[in-house]
Design a protein around this ligand. Structure first.
Ligand code: ARG
Ligand code: GLU
Length: 722
């Protein structure tokens, strides 16, 4: 058995080696289609993306700009992750009506909850516009001029390309400026919450299990897209009706087995697969350690308060989850980059490229690429580090500094654009602050402030720091600021922002928190940002040329895919376990047994609702179990990243089999280096979703809307047992 498994792992290396990549859906014909069919796909490229007929892409909208979702009924029922709908679920929650804690199910349309501001964006059409974008751009131009010309051309295309009145044109670059694509998109704005399991299912395992396998999380939530009477996008209105989609995904009840073909369709956010080795070394040695240390400090403080106070727990749940998520990811990423020897592998690839450059006589075009990379990346390192500190401390982790920074921007707006801009921005800011202060604890934030400005003053190069930080007494400053600033509660803040521009700015200038932010921002914008921007522009130019060289000089069968850029992509692979270390092999599917094994009564991460325990004990799984066991999560070799949350996992025939929500710990370095032996994406088995909706929540109204199918019918039962 063990031997067989080893043999299997060994034999499947060449197969795995072909995997990875996030591909542009309009360009699958050819290499990808062949490869997908070899992996078992029974559809054609046109079934996935087609302009003239309904295809899978018409069922896969971008959810609120950051996640992916899929339409699963002819009435616009929308499935995405619990963590993607988290802040909406939180916003409808209170101590009395806690949907995070208890879940929520709308049993009829009237009960569905509107979420102002939330969007679902469909891709109508994709077109290559590279030639138009690069018109008038010459190799001799300085980088900044090239960039300006390109932006001009892009704006022109956006303005003049044909589209319907309610649609929008967007141009995005691929391969670091070597290819440009136009996207015609349609954005729906009335998205209502339909159902969510309690966090003890939807977030089961929480941060302890996050980025980990084996996993047992029912990370899903249901929304519904509403449209106007003509089925077009419209702002929220009582008169809106459920959207009739061009296509929706049928749902397979037949489940998954190891080696089954899988396709994940969605909107991966950012990857950097073509960085030179020196950049990877900086991620490992400089950038990630700084970010991790800052967040370590912030999270430790928040965690303590959240565990002690249920009100703070609700207030900080969403913020904490967001900060903890990448904190943990960076840790795994550093480990994975080290373990997979990403730096060594990149160095070898660089050597190969240099050989090719020499062999093909391309020294003039590409000969100084790698030396220049080394030069610029070394030069940028201190600036990059200082920038990370600024972003993490001022913009992301200390709420008061963030609020202060918004006030700082307001002052800038007044100075640069005058009274009208000031007033518009001020009104927006005050509106936003109302929401901010609902979830604000001065005590928590104060402790975070003190810890983080201490770290800031120690971690940032002396010559980049404001004078007042040179001999910082963090405790004294913290006490002063939190005792006297108006930006620590809503009433005082609202008061501060009242009056004409001059008055408001005078009040700001006297506010101690504002003073700190202004000093930090001024030092940053004078000492760090200009040099950082300058070097970064040069590096972008190099990355573009490096990419061009790779495209031109790599072997014909090299699988060079564009970095993720929040556009719609297809990634595919197989259901597969993995072996992260000697003698360890992880199976690809988990079951409800595992939830019970992890169960810690009353625990904040591993509690299990009584109803689920009862269903488990009665084995009351409806038609959703397999051989008497209820599958929960599974993994595969699909290359995904942040933004792929909520992406549909689709079978060989185009049916929904799962819901993407995470990656495994050992493989999170795939944003820089995809290692097919270690990188796996994690999906919720769709049958677990159905089981929870049907058996746990009793929301049979929703099940009835869906189209449940049996694509493997006939073949079942014949399957060999492994
Ligand atoms: N790691 C997944 C993702 O990147 C899930 C995040 C959910 N958040 C959490 N802190 N558990 O989004
Ligand atoms: N949970 C991630 C998201 O929010 C997806 C997991 C990943 O980064 O692979 O998109």
């Amino acid at each position: 058995m063990k031997l067989l498994r080893l043999l299997f792992i060994f034999l499947s290396v060449p197969l795995f080696a072909q995997q990875g990549g996030m591909w542009i859906p309009s360009l699958l014909e050819g290499m990808n289609e062949t490869e997908m069919k070899n992996l078992g796909m029974k559809m054609s490229a046109k079934d996935i993306y087609d302009v003239n007929n309904a295809s899978l892409k018409d069922a896969v909208p971008h959810f609120n700009g950051g996640c992916t979702s899929e339409v699963i009924s002819n009435q616009g029922l929308l499935l995405t992750n619990h963590h993607c709908g988290y802040s909406q679920i939180q916003s409808h929650s209170s101590l009395e009506n806690d949907y995070l804690e208890d879940g929520f199910w709308a049993l009829k349309l009237e009960d569905e909850l509107p979420n102002p501001g939330v969007t679902a964006t469909f891709i109508v059409r994709i077109e290559d516009v590279t030639n138009q974008v690069l018109t008038g751009v010459t190799a001799e131009m300085p980088e900044a001029d090239k960039q300006r010309k390109i932006e001009e051309n892009m704006a022109q295309i956006v303005q003049t390309s044909p589209k319907e009145a309610w649609q929008e044109n967007r141009v995005r670059t691929f391969y670091e400026g070597n290819q440009y694509m136009l996207f015609v998109v349609e954005t729906f704005k009335d998205i209502r919450l339909v159902g969510t399991p309690p966090s003890s299912i939807g977030k089961f395992g929480s941060d302890t299990d996050n980025w980990m396998w084996p996993r047992h999380t029912g990370d899903f939530a249901l929304f519904r897209i509403y449209a106007d009477k003509n089925n077009r996008p419209a702002e929220y209105s009582e008169d809106n009706v459920p959207y009739t989609p061009k296509h929706f995904l049928p749902i397979s009840l037949d489940g998954v087995a190891e080696n089954d073909f899988t396709l994940v369709f969605g909107f991966p956010g950012t990857t950097d697969e073509y960085l030179p080795s020196i950049a990877i070394e900086q991620v490992i040695n400089t950038v990630n350690p700084a970010r991790i240390a800052i967040r370590d400090a912030a999270l430790t403080i928040q965690d303590e308060y959240m565990r002690a106070d249920p009100k703070i727990k609700i207030q900080y749940a969403s913020k904490f989850a967001r900060i903890a998520n990448y904190w943990k990811k960076w840790k795994g990423e550093t480990l994975g980059l080290t373990k997979s020897n990403a730096v060594g592998i990149k160095k070898k690839q660089e050597k190969d490229l240099i050989n090719q450059i020499n062999k093909k006589g391309k020294q003039k075009d590409y000969g100084d690429l790698l030396p220049k990379f080394n030069q610029y990346y070394s030069e940028i390192e201190p600036y990059k580090l200082a920038r990370e500190y600024f972003l993490e401390v001022v913009l992301r982790n200390v709420e008061l500094l963030r609020t202060g920074y918004q006030a700082y921007q307001l002052k800038q707006v007044y100075e640069n654009r005058g009274t009208q801009s000031f007033e518009d921005r001020r009104d927006n800011l005050v509106k936003r602050l109302e929401g901010h202060f609902k979830n604000y604890s001065k005590q928590v934030d104060k402790e975070v402030f003190e810890a983080l400005i201490q770290i800031y003053s120690e971690g940032v190069n002396k010559q980049f720091l404001p004078d007042s930080f040179q001999n910082l007494n963090a405790e004294k400053l913290t006490n002063e600021v939190y005792a006297n600033s108006a930006l620590v509660n809503y009433e005082a803040a609202k008061n501060l922002f009242e009056g004409d521009a001059e008055t408001v700015i005078e009040k700001l200038n006297n506010d101690p928190a504002f003073k700190v932010v202004e000093e930090m921002a001024t030092a940053y914008f004078e000492n760090v940002a200009p040099k950082y921007e300058e070097l970064n522009l040069l590096i972008s130019g190099l990355q573009r040329d490096y990419m061009k060289a790779l495209l031109e000089l790599s072997p014909k069968d090299a699988r060079i895919f564009p970095n993720a850029n929040s556009t719609l992509r297809v990634t595919y692979g197989k259901v597969a376990g993995y072996s992260p270390a000697d003698a360890i092999y992880y199976e690809p599917v988990t079951h409800l047994e595992g939830v019970m094994q992890k169960y810690i009564p009353g625990d904040y991460e591993f509690n299990v609702p009584q109803k689920l325990i009862d269903l488990y004990e009665a084995k009351d799984f409806g038609p959703y179990a397999e051989n008497g066991k209820m599958p929960v999560n599974f993994i595969g070799t699909n290359h995904t990243t942040g933004g792929n949350s909520g992406s549909p996992a689709i079978d060989a025939h185009g049916n929904l089999i799962g819901l993407n929500f995470d990656r495994v710990w050992e493989g999170t370095m795939s944003d820089y280096y995809y290692d097919p032996t270690l990188s796996r994406n994690i999906m919720v088995d769709i049958r677990y979703v159905l089981f929870i909706v049907d058996k746990y929540a009793g929301a049979t109204n929703l099940i009835e809307e869906m189209k449940l199918v049996h694509p493997k019918k006939g073949k079942r039962g014949k399957k060999k047992k492994k």
